[in-house]
Design a protein around this ligand. Structure first.
Ligand code: FEO
Length: 164
C-alpha cells in the first residue's frame, strides 16, 4: 500500500504530465498554423508521450492500492515569439519537470518506498532524454541563425562595392 504523502505527490505529478501534454498540443496547433508541420508533428508525438508518462503513474498508484485523483489541467500558452522561443520554452519546461521528478525521488527515498523509487528511475532517464532532445533542436536552430547572420554580414560587405 502506498503512503498518503506519496500518493498525493504522484497525483500532483500526473497533473503535471497532463499539463505537459496540453502544452505540447498547444504548440502543435501553433506550429501547424504558422506553417511548420514538421515541428507540429514532433510536438504532437511529444504530447502523446506525456500522456503515457501520466498513465504510468496512474497505473502505479492503482497497482499499489492508492487512489487516483485527477485535478483540473491549467491552460497552456497559445503562441510564442517564433520556433526558437517555443523550443526554449520546451527546454525550460522539461527542466522544471526534471526538478519535479527529482523531488518525487527524494520523497520516495524518505518514505522508503522502494517500488516508487524503481519506477522513478525510468523517469529520471527519460528526463535526460527529454532535455537532450530540446537542447539539440535549440543548438541546430542557433546554427541556422548564425548562418543567417553570416549571410547578412556578407551581404553588407558586398553592398560596399563601388562606394569606397
Ligand atoms: Fe513527462 Fe516531458 O516529461
Amino acid at each position: 500500500m502506498i503512503s498518503k504523502t506519496m500518493q498525493e505527490a504522484i497525483n500532483a505529478q500526473i497533473n503535471k504530465e497532463m499539463f505537459s501534454a496540453y502544452l505540447y498540443l498547444s504548440m502543435a496547433a501553433y506550429f501547424e498554423s504558422t506553417g511548420l508541420p514538421g515541428a507540429a508533428s514532433w510536438v504532437r508525438a511529444q504530447a502523446a508521450e506525456e500522456q503515457e508518462h501520466a498513465m504510468k503513474f496512474f497505473g502505479h498508484l492503482l497497482d499499489r492500492g492508492g487512489q487516483v485523483t485527477l485535478k483540473a489541467i491549467a491552460a497552456p500558452e497559445t503562441s510564442w515569439a517564433g520556433p526558437m522561443a517555443a523550443f526554449q520554452a520546451i527546454y525550460a519546461h522539461e527542466q522544471l519537470v526534471t526538478q519535479s521528478i527529482t523531488s518525487l525521488y527524494e520523497l520516495a527515498l524518505k518514505e522508503k518506498d522502494y517500488p516508487t523509487q524503481i519506477l522513478l528511475q525510468w523517469y529520471i532517464n527519460e528526463q535526460v532524454e527529454e532535455e537532450k532532445n530540446a537542447a539539440e533542436i535549440i543548438a541546430s536552430m542557433q546554427r541556422i541563425e548564425a548562418h543567417e547572420t553570416a549571410v547578412l554580414q556578407l551581404d553588407h560587405q558586398l553592398r560596399k562595392r563601388g562606394k569606397e
